[in-house]
Design a binder for this molecule. Structure first.
Ligand code: HEM
Length: 722
């Protein structure tokens, strides 16, 4: 028409190109299923048949390691290496990538390359790590699909240490990249970066009151504030915070001391220039910055002027060598509290000889004071950390070994069992934090085992719930838990309330002898019995379908099991068995959603499992909530049919449970929890419930139930693909 569109946005107004979520904006209380559907096939640019574990096996490992090593000393003008060595920067990249891991839910950590995406790529604590990834890009580009970012990022710190003289403990490849931000990980509710710590503690003087599952003291930090609690220097207080935050990433006091001291044996902190000079984070950059954040306008290509944390200086005299220099410095001097050139709180030695000072990263004729952060001072003033430091000082070889092991644990903690490690440098030694499981047998007569199970006195519900309970602990976040190993028969799992210890003991007393008689593992027999129970329930519903079974699970022993580290796997709620241990701030359906995400289930998989398990009578303690059928024990679609039937009405009982009544007569037909009714109330879950309520889909329901059940039973079978 020739009319000007001046002032009118040419983009169709309905198009939603921002991060805003239209549904949750107006109805924030609706259960948001997005976490089940993140990082799906549609976000992944690899070919559908691409398998990273296969691809990385073809990698030329020696060539990659040589290239990473050469990169360390190949200083680039756009971000020059301190003392001509990128080791410190690469180690910090690895550590910050791995260090977001938290034990409570297994989320975070470096296993997925998540540091490439928001929010982690732009956390204030990750300043300048975008430079490290850009330095690594030519290597990523060269080796392509055979080398994931996640592997390269953790390899870079490991090779950095090797090139600085540390004998490392080994390295396992095999971390598969994701292609967008993780949306399942709760990083805190603060609206402001580095908000005061009070926001996430009930009582700041008691570090154990840090909100679960968080492990960092501030929004946007990996661990503690380097300047002190809330930025106020006090190494004793900082020590208490370090103890809690490192425990939350599965590190004990000795590992924590080794990591902190060994970490700061190399590299330096960057705090020249004013704080407001650093530039915006990558996610906030303009297009002409190409995602390179923290542009450091005052730097002008000189290592000396770089700004990162605001703290300034090296910890040791020779920051590009892995040596005992950190201990010499920390314990050989008295320290006083000062401000860095950028105004950050740090500690400097009172009286240090000129020749003991490190030289300037660019100009070797100039020497600067070394420094310690409040976290470093904590290693000296806290009696427990101090005692470990004395042990390290007395025996440098011991320190090197403890550090190398702790570094390996830090960088591999979220990779699951050793079956997932690939490459020539995977250590032979088995470590208890890997939750080892001995290799199982698959050569026994499965049909003979099945026959014995069928002949036993166990009910289908007992067999199904025991198999479910043994498998449901699996979490994809750090690949721990699951049915393999049969740890359900060991402490602490055998005593967890959610496992109904008395019933469990009764079932195991029947299944264990069957395993002993047939040569099958107990882990296999538990799963096989669950399958038998389901096949019986399918038959009872008038169908004939097999539940597939893969033999070969092993049985772990008590000595292979760090009982304490398993406590985090205890289910506190299980929507699939309509149970929760106590009342929580979050609803049962939210906890069910969280568990479904950890199990790797989609929305429809969660739906089909819940609906099936309800009519099988698999509820905790024999509860009848949500058993919307009058033929319990048959694998029917009754849960969905009755939930979607307008002949019923729904009534809260005031105690968190509900009655489902016949709309006409008012007669109560069933009771339910919100973890039942949500499948009718939430528009997305209702859409799935309708699929399974349809007259034409009983057989599809059975197929989908079997497939999803099998997926859960095999979720931890890394041995199958290895
Ligand atoms: C650098 C704090 C633990 C390895 C730094 C910097 C700070 C810091 C403030 C300076 C960043 C900069 O301005 O460039 C802390 C705190 C820790 C901790 C509060 C908790 C106790 C660790 C651990 C490791 C590590 C466990 C590794 C095992 C490093 C390295 C650098 C560094 C290698 C030097 C980076 C470079 O040379 O560019 N740390 N850190 N740190 N940190 Fe830590």
């Amino acid at each position: 028409s020739g009319e000007k569109t001046h002032g009118v946005c040419p983009v169709v107004h309905g198009a939603n190109t921002s991060m805003e979520k239209p549904a949750t904006r107006w109805w924030p209380d609706a259960l948001n299923l997005d976490i089940l559907h993140q990082n799906g096939a549609r976000t992944n640019p690899m070919d559908p048949d691409f398998n990273y574990h296969d691809a990385v096996k073809a990698l030329d490992f020696d060539a990659v390691k040589a290239d990473v090593k050469a990169l360390m000393t190949d200083s680039q003008d756009w971000w020059p290496a301190d003392w001509g060595h990128y080791g410190g920067l690469m180690i910090r990249l690895s550590w910050h990538s791995a260090g977001s891991y938290r034990l409570a839910d297994g989320r975070g950590g470096g296993g997925s390359g998540n540091i490439r995406f928001a929010p982690l790529n732009s956390w204030p604590d990750n300043a300048s790590l975008d430079k490290a990834r850009r330095l690594l890009w030519p290597i990523k580009k060269k080796y392509g699909n055979a080398l994931s970012w996640a592997d390269l990022i953790l390899l870079s710190g490991t090779i950095a240490y090797e090139s600085m003289g540390l004998k490392t403990f080994g390295f396992g490849f095999g971390r598969e990249d994701i292609w967008g931000p993780e949306i399942d990980t709760y990083w805190g509710s603060e609206q402001e970066w580095l908000a005061r710590s009070e926001e996430r503690y009930d009582d700041l003087d008691d570090p154990s009151t840090l909100e679960n599952p968080l492990a960092a003291t501030h929004m946007g930090l990996i661990y503690v504030n380097p300047e002190g609690v809330n930025g106020v220097p006090d190494p004793m207080k900082t020590a208490a915070q370090i103890r809690e935050t490192f425990a939350r990433m599965a590190m004990n006091d000795e590992e924590t001391a080794a990591l902190t001291c060994g970490g700061h044996t190399v590299g330096k902190a960057h705090g020249r220039g004013a704080v407001d000079n650093i530039g915006v984070a990558p996610e906030a950059t303009k297009v002409d910055q190409q995602g390179l954040g923290w542009s450091n306008p005052g730097q002008h290509g000189e290592a000396t002027n770089a700004y990162t944390s605001g703290i300034e200086g090296a910890w040791t005299k020779d920051p590009i060598v892995f040596d005992m220099g950190y201990f010499d410095m920390l314990f050989g001097h008295e320290w006083e509290q000062v401000k860095s050139p950028a105004g950050a709180c740090q500690w400097e030695p009172v009286n240090i000889k000129e020749e003991d000072k490190p030289v300037d990263p660019t100009d070797p004729t100039i020497r600067h004071n070394p420094m310690m952060t409040d976290a470093d001072m904590a290693m000296k003033v806290d009696p427990i950390y101090n005692a470990y430091c004395q042990k390290f000082i007395a025996d440098p070889a011991y320190f090197e070994d403890i550090f190398a092991r702790a570094w390996f644990k830090l960088t591999h903690r979220d990779m699951g069992p050793r079956a997932n490690y690939i490459g020539p440098d995977t250590p032979n030694e088995e470590l208890v934090w890997q939750d080892p499981i001995p290799a199982g047998q698959s050569g026994y007569d499965v049909e003979a085992v099945k026959a014995k199970i069928v002949a036993s006195t166990l009910s289908a519900a007992d067999m199904i719930t025991t198999a479910w309970d043994s498998a449901r602990t699996y979490r994809g976040s750090d690949m721990r838990g699951g049915a393999n190993g049969a740890r359900i028969r060991l402490a602490p799992q055998k005593d967890w309330v959610g496992n109904e210890p008395a019933r469990l003991a009764k079932v195991l007393a029947v299944l264990e002898p069957i395993a002993a008689e047939t040569g099958a593992s107990i882990a296999d027999v538990i799963v096989l019995a669950g399958n038998v129970g389901i096949e019986q329930a399918i038959k009872a519903a008038g169908f004939n379908m097999d539940v597939p079974f893969r033999a070969g699970r092993g049985d772990a022993s008590e000595t292979m099991t760090d009982a304490e580290s398993f406590s985090v796997l205890e289910p506190l709620a299980d929507g699939f068995r309509n149970w929760q241990k106590q009342e929580y701030a979050v609803s049962p359906e939210e906890m069910m959603l969280d568990r479904a995400q950890l199990l790797g289930l989609t929305g429809w998989e969660m739906t089909v499992l819940v609906g099936g398990l309800r009519v099988l009578g698999a509820n905790f303690g024999g509860s009848m909530h949500g058993v919307l059928t009058d033929r319990m024990g048959q694998l029917t679609t009754d849960f969905f049919v009755n939930l979607t039937d307008m002949g019923n009405s729904w009534h809260p009982r005031g105690d968190g449970t509900y009655e489902i009544r016949d709309r006409k007569s008012g007669k109560t037909k069933w009771t339910a929890t919100s973890a039942d009714l949500v499948f009718g109330s939430n528009s997305i879950l209702r859409a799935y419930a309708e699929v399974y309520a349809q007259d034409d889909n009983h057989e599809k329901f059975l197929r989908d139930f079997i497939a999803t059940w099998t997926k859960v039973m095999n979720a931890d079978r890394f041995d199958l693909s290895a």
